[in-house]
Unconditional design. Structure first.
Length: 93
């Protein structure tokens, strides 16, 4: 699981891409992002999720209001598995 916090924008995406690649190398299931502490985000985060989805299913866990707003405004909510907490994500995996 990759845990994100704070404001996520294009300046952070290279680090996130590295972490995601490491996660994909370590395991073969869905890639899970815990997003409860994300206070703001821009389209670069959404683009990262969409790019990751081309390789693996993407689980978004405890998405903050900022992340939910981004998904709703772009019509991409249905593109990802949304889970309210880690336990429900583990049950679904």
């Amino acid at each position: 699981m990759i845990e994100l916090e704070g404001h996520i924008d294009y300046t952070f995406i290279d680090d996130l891409t590295t972490a995601t690649a490491a996660g994909m190398a370590e395991q073969h299931g869905p890639i899970a992002f815990r997003l409860g502490e994300v206070r703001g985000c821009d389209s670069s985060l959404l683009n990262h999720f969409l790019a990751t989805r081309c390789h693996r299913p993407v689980m978004l866990i405890a998405a903050s209001p900022s992340v939910l707003h981004l998904l709703e405004q772009t019509g991409t909510t249905e593109a990802f598995e949304l889970h309210v907490d880690t336990a429900s994500a583990l049950d679904a995996a």
